[in-house]
Every structure is written in C-alpha cells, then in structure tokens.
Design a protein around this ligand. Structure first.
Ligand code: GLU
Length: 499
C-alpha cells in the first residue's frame, strides 16, 4: 500500500503514432497510482508537433486506454477543471509563460537564421565540441529585440542558461544527478512558428495541472536538469520524477524499436496495443505483463488482477533496470487470466473472434464449449481453430486425416461403422452413453485407443486435434454426430474401394 496522499498524474502521449507497450506501461502506472491513492489520472494530448501528426493516433490511443481499462479522470472526452487537455488549444498559455521568462531575464529572443546555425554547428563539430547555441543573441537588449520582432523579423525564444554553477536533480528511481549548467544549451522554448517545444509546454502544463508525480520514458532523463531548472526558475513546486526503464528486444540485445514490429507480427506477436486485442490477448494479461516490466511486488508474486495491482502498486518498487520483452511470458499470463474468467465472461470474449471469421455463433453452445476450451486456450483467437467446428453446419474431413497411422482405409471404415452402430442405439450423446460403450468397442476391435478415437475425432470435428472428444460429442448432439459418422463412412468406402 502507498501511504501517500492523493496524487495527480498524467499520461501525455503525442499523437504521432499508435499506442504501443511503452505507452501502456506509463498509462498503467499512472492509473494504478491514482487509484491506489484516491487521486486523479489525467490524459493530456501533446499535439504541438504538427509535422509528425498521425490522423488516427488520438482515437487509437483513447481506444487502447479504454480497452486496457485505464479510464482517465480528466482529459479529452471527459473534461475536467484543468483543461483544455490538448496542447494545441493551450498555445496562448505557453506564449504567456515564454514572455514571462523573457521579462524575468531567463529567456531571450533569438534571430539567428537556420543557415547561420547550421554553419555554427558544423564549425563546432569540426572542433570536436558538442553542438550548442553560441550565444549570439543572448545579450540583445530587449527593446531592440522587440523592435525587430515588430518589424517582422523571424525569431525563436531560447532559455538563457546560466553559464556557471551546477544543478542537482532527483530521479526517484536513480537518485540525485548533478550537472554543470555550463554544459547545458540555450535550448529553444518557442519555435519560429510560435509553437512551444515539449520542454516548455509539458512543464507549464504539469505545473498548471498540479501534477505531483511524473512518469515518463527514460529517453527524457537527459532533459531532467533543464526541465527542473525551468520549475525552479519560476519557483514552482516540483513533482517527483520517475524515468521508466527501457524495453529491450526479446533477445535482450538492444532497445526495442518500432522497426522490429513487422518481425514480431510474423511470429504472431505485437507490441502495438490494438494488435494485441486482435491477436486475442486479454487486457488483464497485458496489464499484468507490462506492470512487471519495471515494477515488482515482492519479487516472486507474478499473477495480479487489476484489483490486485491497484491495491499493491507502489512507487518504491519501481526499478530502472532495462527489461527484455518476453512474449512467452505474455502467453503464460494470458492463459492464467483466461482461466481466471467466469465461463459466461469468457464466452462473451471469444464470441467476437468467431463472428469476425464469419461464424454464426449460438450463445448456448458458446457457454457449453467455454468450459472445455478454458484450460486449453493461450489466446482467445485459438478458440477458432480449436472449436470452429461447433458452428459449422457441414464439415468435410480429409480422408487422409480419417485414416490413422498404421491403419488401412478398411480399418478406419470399420471403426466408423461400428461406432455409428453403437451410438445409434443410445438415447443421446451424454457422456454416460458414449464414453463406456466406446471404450468397450476399442477393446473389442483390439485397436489402440489413439487410433480408434483418432478416426472418430476427425469424423465428428473435421480436425486431428480438438477439445475432449466425448464432451464435444455431447455438445454437438446425436443427429449431427451420426450424420458426420455416416459421411466419414461414405468417404472411407470410396477410399477402401480404390486402395
Ligand atoms: N509527449 C511526450 C511523449 O510522448 C510525453 C513525455 C512525458 O510524459 O512527459 O514522449
């Protein structure tokens, strides 16, 4: 349990791409901490980079959050007292704070052209020094700068980095970090098109939205000193900072990258949230899986429901160790969470998978097959291959599948005929009428059970692998079972004549 007071945390994606695992983890940690402390989880859209804007990214992200069950308390669609929650609707706010910084003497207008800056950078590279702004416009008197702006000269606003001294900042997972201010750049706050950069917009928003804890990717760790300096320059109360560990490729070698996405999909996996839904992963399993990539409870407990996570999540157990993506583990968690569902819930979750493949499902049958599938499913999608035959009016088995190893067509024909004869006598396909008589028949025919049941299985399900045979037969029912056995008999008769 967190003893802490209610937090305000934000998930602040840029709509420059679809929702991926990294997003899911940041959002999950925000959500868990907010729920755990009775605080607020805020969704803020950082859409100032119009060049990289991807049309459907925003809806993809909100749908992904909802699918994962991470409903935000404030943000787009739901509103809140600290809005607007989309940065392009807050541009005037950033302008105001940039102006304030200029007036305070902590920022300046810079009129350097791109060409001049390029040359400067090249010269610095040639001298083997880190590229940085050389300070040309730092000391232009403000009145002169304002005149140049009024005359229409293009400009950016830069932070006036102190030339001396150092700053010590704290990442809660890594401890204190001290850097020399002289090594930091006069970074741009507002671009020439009037749009603020992340380092201004996000800090202003975090302050105005009273964010208490910032969870963000570790790619932002190098920016922490300049971000904190902005807070201190304004005299704002700082949030606690957590730079979440990086994800590594499944091999553990190198950072996970979007470029690998195609390769994962070939293997039936994905790091994109909408794909995970389509592949048949449960949101509960995805949450459980990502929760443990950067956090642990007691180092050994692995299975967590959402309620468990809300109750047990704590920031003390976050760790900055890089964490390799392990899809086998995801499959494992998915199996566990599938087995944790009620039959009715699981039935409803597999239903859309059947429907998307064109099967006409029947809720009663779905409910009946769910118990026999539950132990066997790795993903919801597996249900189609395992149990599609329950919803097919007709199945046409392949003769070569009907005839089992070390069997002739005649042997298989005998099995189908005798089984049909015995089953015809039975009042129904309830287990009590099928299991025992079929086992007796195996003995009587002196066959291996694997061979015998292999023929029946393929005849009634059309496939060599299926859920438990007798349970399946009971669900399919006597009429259809007999029809299917007779169909197999016809196929085998033709085969026997030709062999
Ligand atoms: N918009 C930033 C990103 O998507 C957010 C970083 C942050 O959470 O502060 O990387």
């Amino acid at each position: 349990m967190n003893a802490g007071s209610p937090v305000r945390v934000r998930f602040a994606p840029s709509p420059t791409g679809f929702m991926h695992l990294g997003h899911a983890r940041t959002a999950l940690y925000c959500y868990l901490l907010a729920r755990n402390t009775g605080g607020q989880f805020i969704l803020r859209i950082e859409d100032t980079d119009q060049r990289r804007f991807v049309q459907e990214a925003l809806s993809n992200i909100t749908e992904g959050l909802r699918w994962l069950g991470l409903q935000w308390d404030e943000g787009p669609e739901v509103g809140g007292d600290y809005g607007p929650y989309q940065q392009t609707e807050r541009l005037a706010v950033y302008q105001e704070y940039a102006e304030k910084l200029v007036e305070m003497g902590h920022a300046f207008y810079c009129f350097c052209s791109t060409e001049r800056l390029d040359e400067m950078r090249k010269a610095q590279q040639a001298q083997k020094i880190n590229p940085h702004y050389d300070g040309t416009c730092r000391d232009i008197p403000l009145t002169e700068a304002r005149q140049r702006i009024a005359a229409g000269e293009p400009y950016v606003v830069r932070f006036k980095m102190p030339r001396d001294g150092s700053i010590t900042v704290r990442d809660e997972m890594r401890g204190d970090i001290t850097v020399e201010l002289g090594n930091l750049d006069d970074y741009i706050l507002v671009k020439s098109n009037g749009i603020p950069v992340y380092h201004l917009a996000a800090m202003v928003d975090d302050h105005l939205m009273e964010i208490t804890h910032v969870f963000r990717g570790s790619e932002w760790l190098p920016s922490l000193p300049q971000n904190v300096l902005l807070y201190r320059t304004f005299g704002w109360k700082e949030p606690k900072w957590y730079h979440l560990s990086v994800f590594l490729k499944p091999s553990g070698q190198g950072k996970l990258s979007k470029r690998d996405a195609a390769q994962y999909k070939e293997g039936g996996y994905s790091v994109m949230i909408h794909d995970m839904e389509e592949l048949g992963y449960l949101p509960e399993a995805v949450n459980n899986w990502v929760a443990l990539m950067g956090w642990s409870y007691d180092g050994s407990t692995e299975f967590f429901t959402m309620d468990d996570l809300v109750e047990k999540f704590n920031v003390e157990k976050l760790n900055p160790k890089p964490s390799a993506i392990n899809f086998t583990k995801l499959d494992h968690f998915n199996g566990l969470h599938i087995r944790n569902l009620s039959h009715a819930d699981l039935a409803q979750r597999i239903k859309p998978f059947f429907m998307n493949r064109g099967y006409i499902t029947d809720d009663d049958i779905l409910l009946k097959i769910t118990p026999i599938l539950q132990e066997r499913l790795k993903t919801l999608d597996d249900a189609i291959e395992m149990a599609g035959f329950f919803f097919q009016d007709e199945i046409v088995p392949r003769v070569e599948d009907l005839i089992q190893k070390k069997m002739t067509a005649e042997d298989a024909l005998l099995v189908a005929r005798r089984a049909a004869e015995v089953l015809e006598q039975m009042p129904s396909m309830a287990l009590e009428y099928t299991e025992e008589p079929m086992r007796q028949l195996v003995e009587e025919l002196g066959m291996k059970p694997g061979q015998f049941f292999g023929v029946i299985r393929v005849a009634v399900t059309g496939q060599p692998v299926s859920p438990p045979l007798f349970e399946s037969m009971e669900i399919i029912g006597k009429d259809v079972i007999l029809q299917r056995l007779h169909q197999a008999i016809r196929l085998l008769e033709v085969e026997a004549q030709h062999s």
